[in-house]
Design a protein around this ligand. Structure first.
Ligand code: FE2
Length: 219
């Protein structure tokens, strides 16, 4: 599967809509619910050549409605959780990440996958780093972004590594993530040394049901 190169030209929604309509040759999908998001993503990924801007458009168009996603939202007091919503017919994973106050994901890569991330509740801080030059030098910070309700960001390995944190000490956060293709292993990095450690990613729940815990080296 290949995805077209992501463009930064999608920041302004109207521009995005015109561009995509032109590109696709037909009107854009109407997104009024999480079910619409799931249905449209399934349609989009039927093709082996997916327009990243269209995926971003679908995610951005959805206005978070807790009634629609609360059955997937499961928190753990010790760490953030990954909760599978849809397995995208094996082509991608759509999931809710639930972040307790102050919880964070360490600096990680995305195993050659594409990653979209949207805020459904609360806010997150994303810090991007360049790839380590060697295993002895500190990772260089590229950017720091605060993500608020309904914001969407995109990252893949060519854009660097990132660390994500719910910096609030009194609010939880919930985010919707799409990973294409799905992956079970990635790497985490030591900020000070650049040292890379392989890491397994696991689900806390799938389709709204809690699954047995795997205590391996998780991200
Ligand atoms: Fe990530």
């Amino acid at each position: 599967m290949s995805l077209e190169k992501y463009s930064n030209l999608v920041n302004e929604e109207n521009y995005c809509e015109i561009k995509l309509t032109k590109y696709l040759g037909h009107s854009l999908p109407e997104i009024q619910s999480l079910n619409d998001v799931i249905r449209e993503l399934n349609k989009i990924f039927e093709s082996d050549n997916v327009n990243i801007e269209l995926v971003r458009y679908v995610l951005t168009s959805y206005k978070s409605n807790p009634i629609e996603w609360k059955k997937y939202a499961k928190f753990d007091r010790l760490r953030y959780t990954r909760n599978l919503v849809d397995n995208g017919n094996g082509k991608y994973n759509l999931m809710l990440l639930c972040w307790g106050e102050g919880q964070a994901a360490g600096i990680h890569d995305h195993a050659n996958s594409h990653c979209f991330m949207k805020i459904l509740q609360g806010s997150l801080e994303e810090v991007r780093y360049s790839w380590p030059k060697d295993e002895e030098s500190e990772l260089e910070e590229i950017s720091k972004t605060r993500m608020d309700l309904n914001d969407v960001i995109y990252i893949n390995d060519s854009l660097g590594l990132h660390r994500v944190q719910n910096v609030s000490s009194y609010d939880t956060c919930i985010s919707l993530h799409l990973y294409c293709p799905p992956y079970e292993k990635c790497s985490v990095f030591n900020q000070k040394t650049g040292k890379r450690i392989p890491c397994q990613v696991t689900f806390y729940s799938t389709f709204g049901k809690r699954i047995k815990e795997n205590k391996e080296n998780r991200q």
